[in-house]
Ligand binder design. Sequence first.
Ligand code: NAP
Length: 324
Amino acid sequence: MRYLGIDVGKKISRNGLGTWQFGSKEWGYGDPYAEREAHAIVRRALELGVTLFDTAEIYGFGRSERILGRALGDDREAVFIATKIFPVVPVAPVVEQRAVASANRLGVRRLDLYQVHQPNPVVRDGTTMRGMLALQRVGLVGEVGVSNYSLDRWQAAEAALGSRVLSNQVRYSLVSRSPERDVLPFADAHGRVVIAYSPLAQGLLSGRYNRISRPGNRVRATNPLFLPDNLERADDLIMVLREVADAHAATPAQIALAWVLHRRPAVVAIPGASSVEQLETNVAAAEIELTEDEYQALQGASDRFHPVAGPTALPRLVRAQFGR
Ligand SMILES: NC(=O)c1ccc[n+]([C@@H]2O[C@H](COP(=O)([O-])OP(=O)(O)OC[C@H]3O[C@@H](n4cnc5c(N)ncnc54)[C@H](OP(=O)(O)O)[C@@H]3O)[C@@H](O)[C@H]2O)c1
């Protein structure tokens, strides 16, 4: 496993584990997954050197935090746990109270990274960050982070906190590259961290799905990337991923993860996993070194991918959902 070069008192693995899947109905993995597989995934991740675990109070309405905390057991203090507040009324007293609730569910005395899940369009960050600062002062929170923030708003959050907001968790993959505009350059230049979520585009980049065989769960039924037309448009990208994967005796998913980390020292990826086997291959992807030619071929295929998106996608999503 490789680790970030940033000093936060604990090592942060470049490939972490996302745990939205744990106990969340929308992923549809059911009780056997929540009660057994999730536990096994966490234990195997620890054995393989994963230290970054991402969760949120909203995942399974607290269930993900509980499952993660239980599975980590006595290893809780040794790893870097990141959770998030869902910012409905994120005023200082609420932020403080919600952090305590998350820490209780996780069974920890300190949240290593406490992130604002998304920018609140009405409440600015001043009052939220007052709560964060109070939490840091009493030692309940180590580092403060944000998620889905523009660069401007990330910097405004830092100004409000009066010190660094360590990380911005954003969607980043071969099919979602907007962080390259300014969020990634800022992180690179200023010793901040970009936490790449959905680095496999929720499984699209595994090459497992196509027009005929689409995933059934609610998360992906409402994600335009999984529209039949978009799955077809992704064929070229998946083909290039397969070619590069063959050269490394790897899988397309591993190459997609290797691409996220390639020459980006400030980036960590937090893929979710539906099985221990997926977790194992995802962890192994941190060791894959892409050649310049391979990297360029992937960039090219990514540039050529133009999915149906925005308002055009909506009626198609409805049609796809009801089979019409
Ligand atoms: N901050 C935010 O707003 C936000 C939003 C989304 C996610 N997140 C975080 O980011 C984490 C990851 O994002 P995500 O879950 O949306 O998407 P992801 O990591 O891109 O995709 C995860 C899914 O891909 C499939 N997969 C994983 N490893 C695979 C492998 N090696 N081979 C083939 N398929 C594989 C699995 O689904 P199947 O096996 O069912 O195909 C798995 O559930 C989440 O768990 C969560 O912690 C944060």
